[in-house]
Design a protein around this ligand. Sequence first.
Ligand code: SF4
Length: 332
Amino acid sequence: MRAIDFEQAADPAAALRLIQQPHTKFIGGGTNLLDLMKGDVEQPLRLVDINHIGLDRIVELPNGGLRIGALARNSDTANHPLVRSRYPLLTQALLAGASPQLRNMATIGGNLLQRTRCPYFMDTAFAMCNKRAPGSGCGAREGVNRMHAILGASSACIAVNPSDMNVALAALDAVVQVSGPKGERSIPIGDFHRLPGTMPQVDTILQPTELITAVDLPPSGFSRHTHYLKVRERNSYAFALVSAAAALDMDGNVVRQARIALGGVAHKPWRVPAAEALLAGQPLDDARSAQAARMLLDGAQAFKDNGYKIRLAERAVVRALREAHETTGGRA
Ligand code: SF4
């Protein structure tokens, strides 16, 4: 058994001071970190509790957008009246993730940092996992890879990002607010998560000594026409095989602007601007949606067990766009 130091930070400045010590991790809801610690995948020597540093509020921004504090709980965020009415896509994605009990504990900042559920990563009995033990190899490439990536994978890692929320945030062009020893910075969500490349152990561009303080949503939440479609093996509680977040800004029957993000297919939420541009200025129909879906999936590479994901993702995009089109009004 290992002893772990535990400290409670009183405010963000104290949290930043405490995280500068080596082998230290922040803990908020702990829904992912504690699982990983129990399995010896994560082995911090010190935990800094950040639940009481005042970053759990959801407030309107002067530009009409919304700022969601990093410690806001998933359930509180999903059910917040402004999120439900202006950003129903986010509500839908949050409610599609985990169980009610987990959503009551999990935080927005922690959700951003969720680690992959690749079984070779989660179980230290497997020797080969470049994400857990850099240089050891990738057990999934030649092993069981039914849940793994079809886009953006590398020879070092074919894992997927497990978060539903991240897919909606990608479609909404969210911005992650971060504080660190060098000051504050704003990171567009599309830049926040990494593809695995040769360093699959690094999931995001967040530095270990930085603190996520908030997620900002821009004024346009595509409040009238959105849909989050999650395809999974059981409805009660499962990670996505594939998910599609669709958001449309309509001018009558014509698409003014479209956003599509895919989940369950890559190390980060997957967007292709050209696929969205294809829909702009045109009436929406399934044939055009299918064309956009093929552009999103361009370059997809299947492994032994996950070839089904390519067709499934294409169909998910078409259906999510159709559902978004047929939806009228902020709701979730
Ligand atoms: Fe590890 Fe990534 Fe390979 Fe899974 S896919 S075994 S996380 S290196």
